[in-house]
Design a protein around this ligand. Structure first.
Ligand SMILES: [Zn+2]
Length: 117
């Protein structure tokens, strides 16, 4: 009862959502020179789309990461964009153990990071 077991709250889907949000945010800041906590319009749309896809992901908790997912549920135009984002942000952000990184990011509530989705 003292151990809240974050895994039970943070499903794969939730973790993916956090990851994708971080990736898009990183990409937007670097590529689109967005400042502050917000994203540009394009990236806001992309994030909403990505989160929507995760909500509808047929794998649920069995889900592999989107990068390795056998089902390409993104529509082609969005797939191109998200691929760019992952290619850009992925290696830079996941150079260390992705699990550790994701755990860390889940527990970290840095100021300016918008928690509401
Ligand atoms: Zn952007």
């Amino acid at each position: 009862m003292t151990d809240p077991a974050p895994e039970s709250i943070g499903s794969h889907i939730l973790r993916e959502k956090v990851t994708i949000e971080k990736m898009i945010s990183y990409y937007c800041k670097r590529k689109h020179k967005t400042s502050g906590a917000g994203l540009c319009e394009e990236c806001t749309d992309l994030l909403a789309y990505a989160h929507g896809r995760l909500d509808n992901c047929r794998f649920g908790d069995e889900k592999p990461t989107c990068r390795n997912c056998p089902v390409h549920c993104y529509k082609p135009s969005m797939r191109d964009i998200i691929r760019n984002v992952m290619r850009f942000s992925g290696p830079r952000m996941m150079i260390r153990s992705p699990i550790e990184w994701i755990r860390h990011s889940l527990h970290e509530h840095s100021p300016g990071y918008t928690q509401k989705s």
